[in-house]
Ligand binder design. Structure first.
Ligand code: NDP
Length: 445
C-alpha cells in the first residue's frame, strides 16, 4: 500500500475502534487502489479516499416493540448513509442478532462500489437491527417492522435513501415496512423501498435477482475458458434468498447442486438439490434444513462440519460474512474446485481469498458477483417512476445484460491495469473510479 493509502486506513482503524468487519472491507478495497492513485494524483490531491471512508451520516435509534405476551422489548436500529455521489443512498436492511454499527458500515462501504459497478444512478447505504426474526410470529414481525419504520421514515425517500432487504428481511418484512411508511406519510411513494410484492409496486425477478445474477457472472467468467455450468458439481452455502435462486439458476444451466446449508448445518444430496422442495421448506414452511433431508431418500444432514468439505467444481458462498476461511479454501483447492463466486457479502476471509487466488482458482468478489440484486432494485425504481410493470422475461434479460456489463467492466479494468483475470482488482478500481470522478465533479461538499 502507498503511504497515502496506509494513512487513510490507519485513520479508519483509529476512528472506528472495534469495528473489525468495517476495517476488513476498507482494507480489501484500499489494497487494490495503489495503481489507480499512482495514475491519478488528482484523487490524492482532493483527499478522495479519506472522504470516501467516512460515512455522510450514521443514524442509530431505539426500536421498542411488544411481543405476543405483551412484553416490551428494546432493539437497536441503524441506517448508515455512506455516499450519495452517484444517486440516492441505496442498500438493504439486515435483521440479525449479530448486527452492530461495524457490520452496517462494512456493508454500506461495499455497497458504494457495488452500486457504482452496476452503472446505475445509485449511491451506497445500509441499515438494519440486532432484532432476531427467528421464532417470532407474523404479528411480532409486523409490530417490530412498524416500530422500526416509525423512526426510519424520517430519513428515507425515493430521491434520498431507498432501503431494501438483506439477511432476515424478505418480502414479508418489506410489505410491513412499506405499509407503515405509507400510513405515516399519507403518500403512496412506491420508489421509497425495493423488494416489494408485485401487487404493490415490486419488480418481477427481484426475488431471484441476486442468486441468478451471481450465476450469470460466474458463467461469464467460465465462458472465457470455453466452459459453463453444464455438467458441473456446485456447492451453495445458505438456503435463504440468494442461495435459493443461485440453486435454481445453476440447475437450469445444467449443473448439479450437491449441498446447501443454514446456520444449523448442511445437507448433501448427490441426486442434486430439488429446488421446489428447498423453496417450500425455506420460503413457505420457514423450517430448518433437516426438513429437506427428511423428504429426500439419498440426502443426509451434517451438523458441526463445514459445507466446504463437500467436493465441487464451483463454490458459491451465499450465507454470510467470513463463512469461508483459509482451511476451507485449502480444502476446496485440494478437491479441485475451479471457481468461487461470492453471492454473499464478504463471505471469504482475506486469507481464504489470497489462498484461492494464488492457487489459480477463478474468484469473483461479492461486490461484482452479487450486484444483480441491487441492479434489479434500480430497475424496480425505474418501473415505479414510470408507473410501469415489466414482464419476468424482460426483467431477467435486463439483469443478465447488466451482469455481462459488470463482468466486462471488471475484466477490462483488470487488463488495463496489467492484472488480467484479477476480478478483485478490476471490481475495486472500476467501482472506485466512477465514484471518485463524481466526487471530484461535485466539489468539496
Ligand atoms: P437470508 O436471510 O434470506 O438467508 C441467509 C442464509 O444464510 C440463511 O440460510 C441463514 O441460515 C444462513 N446464515 C446466516 N448466518 C449464518 C451463519 N452464521 N452460518 C451459517 N449460515 C448462516 O439472507 P440473504 O439470502 O438475503 O443474504 C445472504 C447474503 O447475501 C448476505 O451476505 C447478504 O448481505 C448478501 N446479499 C443479499 C442480497 C439480497 O438481495 N438479498 C443482495 C446482495 C447481497 P439461518 O436461516 O439458519 O440463519
Amino acid at each position: 500500500m502507498t503511504q497515502d493509502l496506509q494513512a487513510a486506513f490507519d485513520t479508519v482503524v483509529r476512528r472506528n475502534p472495534g469495528e473489525s468487519e468495517f476495517h476488513q472491507a476498507v482494507y480489501e478495497v484500499l489494497e487494490s487502489l495503489g495503481p489507480v492513485v499512482e495514475r491519478h494524483p488528482e484523487y490524492v490531491d482532493a483527499s478522495i479516499i479519506p472522504r470516501l471512508c467516512e460515512p455522510n451520516r450514521q443514524i442509530i435509534f431505539k426500536v421498542n416493540w411488544e411481543d405476543d405476551n405483551c412484553r416490551i422489548h428494546t432493539n437497536r436500529g441503524f441506517r448508515v448513509q455512506f455516499n450519495s455521489s452517484l444517486g440516492p443512498y441505496k442498500g438493504g436492511l439486515r435483521f440479525h442478532p449479530s448486527v452492530y454499527l461495524g457490520i452496517i458500515k462494512f456493508l454500506g462501504f461495499e455497497q458504494i462500489f457495488k452500486n457504482a459497478l452496476t452503472g446505475m444512478p445509485i449511491g451506497g447505504g445500509k441499515g438494519g437491527s440486532d432484532f432476531d426474526p427467528k421464532g417470532k410470529s407474523d404479528n411480532e414481525i409486523m409490530r417490530f417492522c412498524q416500530s422500526f419504520m416509525t423512526e426510519l421514515s424520517q430519513h428515507i425517500g425515493a430521491d434520498t435513501d431507498v432501503p431494501a432487504g438483506d439477511i432476515g428481511v424478505g418480502g414479508r418484512e418489506i410489505g410491513y415496512l412499506f405499509g407503515q411508511y405509507k400510513k405515516l406519510t399519507g403518500r403512496y411513494e412506491s420508489g421509497v423501498i425495493t423488494g416489494k410484492g408485485i401487487l404493490f409496486g415490486g419488480s418481477r425477478a427481484r426475488t431471484e435477482a441476486t442468486g441468478y445474477g451471481t450465476v450469470f457472472f460466474a458463467e461469464e467468467m467460465m465462458k472465457l475458458n470455453g466452459q459453463g455450468f453444464d455438467g458441473k458439481k456446485v456447492v451453495v452455502s445458505g438456503s435463504g434468498n440468494v442461495a435459493l435462486y443461485a440453486v435454481e439458476k445453476a440447475n437450469q444451466l445444467g449443473a448439479t447442486v450437491v449441498a446447501v446449508s443454514d446456520s444449523s448445518g448442511y445437507v448433501v444430496d448427490e441426486d442434486g438439490i430439488d429446488f421446489e422442495l428447498l423453496q417450500d421448506v425455506k420460503e413457505k414452511r420457514r423450517a430448518r434444513i433437516s426438513a429437506y433431508a427428511d423428504e429426500r431418500p439419498n440426502a443426509h444432514v451434517v451438523t458441526g462440519g463445514s459445507i466446504w468439505d463437500v467436493p465441487c467444481d464451483i463454490a458459491l458462498p451465499c450465507a454470510t460474512q467470513n463463512e469461508l476461511d483459509e482451511n476451507a479454501a485449502k480444502t476446496l483447492i485440494q478437491n479441485g474446485c475451479k471457481l468461487v463466486a461470492e453471492g454473499a457479502n464478504m463471505p471469504c476471509t482475506p486469507q481464504a481469498t489470497r489462498a484461492l487466488r494464488s492457487a489459480g482458482v477463478l474468484f469473483a468478489p461479492g461486490k461484482a458477483a452479487n450486484a444483480g440484486g441491487v441492479a434489479t432494485s434500480a430497475l424496480e425504481m425505474q418501473q415505479n417512476a414510470s408507473r410501469d410493470s415489466w414482464s419476468f422475461e424482460h426483467t431477467e434479460e435486463r439483469l443478465q445484460q447488466i451482469m455481462v456489463g459488470i463482468h466486462e467492466r471488471c475484466a477490462e479494468t483488470a487488463d488495463e491495469y496489467g492484472h488480467p483475470g484479477d476480478y478483485v482488482l478490476g471490481a475495486n478500481i472500476a467501482g472506485f473510479t466512477r465514484v471518485a470522478d463524481a466526487m471530484l465533479a461535485l466539489g468539496v461538499i
